[in-house]
Design a binder for this molecule. Sequence first.
Ligand SMILES: C[S@@+](CC[C@H](N)C(=O)[O-])C[C@H]1O[C@@H](n2cnc3c(N)ncnc32)[C@H](O)[C@@H]1O
Ligand SMILES: [Zn+2]
Length: 335
Amino acid sequence: MEQSKTLLGQMDYHHHCGKTTMALVELVRSQLIFCALAVLAEERKPLECLDAFSSTGIMGLQWAKHLGNSVKVTVNDINESSVARIRENCHLNKIRTVAKADEMPDAAPEISDKDFVATVEVTNMDANILMHMRSFDFIHLDPFGTSVNYLDAAFRNVRNLGIISITSTDTSSLYAKNTHVAKRHYGCNLIRTEYYRELAARVVLAAVARTAARCNKGIEVLLSVALEHFVLVIVRVLRGPSLADESMKMINNLIHCHWCEERIFQKEGTMIEENPYNQLPCDCHISMPGRSAVLIGPVCLRMFCFTSIESSFDRMLSAHSNSFQMQNHTPGIHP
Ligand SMILES: C[S@@+](CC[C@H](N)C(=O)[O-])C[C@H]1O[C@@H](n2cnc3c(N)ncnc32)[C@H](O)[C@@H]1O
Ligand SMILES: [Zn+2]
């Protein structure tokens, strides 16, 4: 079985790709994350990166195999059987495993190790503990469900100008089915709208920006994607209280009209406006008085700006065109 030239055991492959579309979407997700890491690998060497919820090892093994000595990869999972599976997949891919990062070679493998194409560190820890104990340049979070419980640890120790990639699969709350759960996890008011996926990405980004700010860090949004079963956001970490303050300015509420789905970010400021409905461009509140508008949020004003990952992304998009939808603009929400 093959995925991006990285071998996985038979069972693992089916675990990943029950359906063809799912397989493609997963491939796209892993390629997006890979692109972000590849960009960072060009900026600093060697780069310490963490696949914190590795499961089969699919992500981390690809990084090690394709980026070679420019990355020092740690693949982690709390589950012992997952770790055993990671080791099997390493074996299958001729990747040497070490238990501690300081056992990793700085240069090409020794002559006696010439059969190995790469080395990874395999750890069996709670991701929160690992991230509190050690610093990384690149962290990939992919827990079951919401990622909010792991953001604090990730942002506490990540190196300045490093990158954090966050996959959230709690789409029932993010896509406004279980709004009470969204309230609990993200402190956010949500309702189902025609742009619910975009909102989901904005909700996650607001949570990420708040966490970073608690650690006196700001974020630059590199990418945000909301597909069928996950929301992926990739951010650059910018250290410093003033950058944290700048990021907090990216968070605001949205005023949304129930009738026509018109929406606008609430005006800045702490003054209570007599008629906030006036901020909406539509006049439904006049023609249909009553509860025509709701407050959604807090959400992030910035979605993503293509920066250096643009070219890799374009290449990948053309290879997989028509097979998936990207939210690469902000339909109707300003700015
Ligand atoms: C959604 S799966 C990861 C999928 C994987 N990243 C991939 O692309 O195939 C979540 C994994 O996180 C592991 N896990 C759950 N809680 C954890 C924790 N607190 N620390 C580390 N790993 C954890 C589970 O054992 C599981 O293998
Ligand atoms: Zn309206």
